[in-house]
Design a binder for this molecule. Structure first.
Ligand code: ASP
Length: 333
């Protein structure tokens, strides 16, 4: 009996040591990402960038820096790449501008920062961090946010810095389609203008540092052809981004639904109040969004280094890295 007990203790501890502990998880957007419409060249470009983003964040954690530094490092790599709909490579608004949103939340003390609707801030995630750490506010928008970034000596660029041909062509295609639309507008109908460009491409990261603190961050250009200063879920704490001492979440997808489902906070609440595990909490939230008619995905990382990455679109650029530096990257379902 004693032997049996000992044997099962040994097997159990082996199981524990064999379980991977993730320290960083990232996404580069969910949407109609199909293998059939992807070239080998493009796929490898995404894999290279996602790997670079994971390594940059991992290096911060290895140095003993905070999960805030890790999230910033990962997200900035993706913001600087035209492959993603954040920073350079952001989609265009209906009036031909790139309008950026970003947010960050630090689980340790639930501090948070966000900016929305900016046109000249090179790395929105850096400004979101500055809002969190150096202002008395949580969310700044438009010219005020840009003024704040300037005062914080953060990098300011000409709006033309964000221009890319692919996104510009995407807008022209949508406008053409929108001209011929007669569909009634409501919160439950995807504007036809969005329909042909569903490779959203927002970026996000959740990290767990050596002190056990979690940070979640998200950065985006929003949705192509957005109008009237539309703001999605990405800069809204509790919708696109949330972190506490137990879990961190960053979402991507059709933002209106993630706002209405208060997606990121709902996941944390299911874990906190209903004792649900992260896998169940995240899947239930995506299922709820699907039931409402929306689509997208999210990444989550808990204090024990478990990850979840559910989505209901054809694909989601996503990756994670363990405390041992093992990298995992996936694109399709
Ligand atoms: N959620 C973003 C928004 O609605 C878009 C995306 O994730 O691709 O602005």
């Amino acid at each position: 009996m004693k032997k049996l007990l000992l044997a099962s203790i040994v097997t159990f501890s082996l199981m524990i040591t064999a379980q991977k502990k993730y320290v960083l998880v990232i996404h580069g957007g969910a949407g109609t990402i199909l293998k059939s419409s992807m070239t080998a060249e493009k796929e490898s470009a995404y894999q290279t960038k996602l790997t670079e983003a994971l390594k940059a964040g991992y290096a911060e954690i290895q140095k003993g820096n905070t999960s805030i530094d890790a999230v910033a490092a990962s997200i900035m790599i993706m913001e600087d790449s035209p492959l993603f709909n954040a920073g350079k490579g952001a989609v265009f608004t209906a009036d031909g501008k790139n309008e950026l949103d970003a947010s960050i939340m630090y689980g340790k003390d639930k501090s948070a920062g966000a900016i929305a609707g900016v046109h000249t801030i090179k790395n929105p995630i850096k400004t979101a961090i500055a809002v969190m750490q150096k202002s008395e506010h949580v969310m700044l928008s438009g010219v005020g946010a840009e003024q704040f970034a300037k005062e914080q000596n953060l990098e300011i660029v000409e709006p033309s810095y964000f221009w890319t041909k692919e996104r510009w062509d995407g807008l022209q295609k949508l406008k053409q389609k929108a001209l011929n639309t007669t569909k009634k507008v409501s919160q439950n109908t995807l504007p036809e203008s969005y329909e042909i460009d569903q490779k959203f491409g927002t970026v996000g990261a959740v990290a767990l540092d050596k002190s056990g603190n979690i940070t979640a961050g998200t950065s985006t250009g929003g949705m192509t052809n957005k109008k009237y200063g539309r703001i999605g879920d990405a800069p809204i704490i509790g919708a696109g981004t949330y972190a506490n001492s137990q879990v961190g979440i960053s979402a991507t997808g059709w933002g209106e639904y993630f706002i209405r489902a208060t997606a990121a906070r709902t996941i944390a609440a299911k874990m906190e109040y209903q004792n649900k595990d992260m896998k169940t909490a995240t899947q239930e939230t995506i299922d709820e969004i699907e039931k409402m008619g929306g689509d997208g995905g999210l990444i989550a990382l808990d204090k024990d280094g478990n990850i979840a990455m559910p989505f209901n679109t054809a694909g989601m650029y996503r990756g994670a890295i363990t405390d041992q530096g093992e990298i995992f990257i996936e694109i399709y379902k």
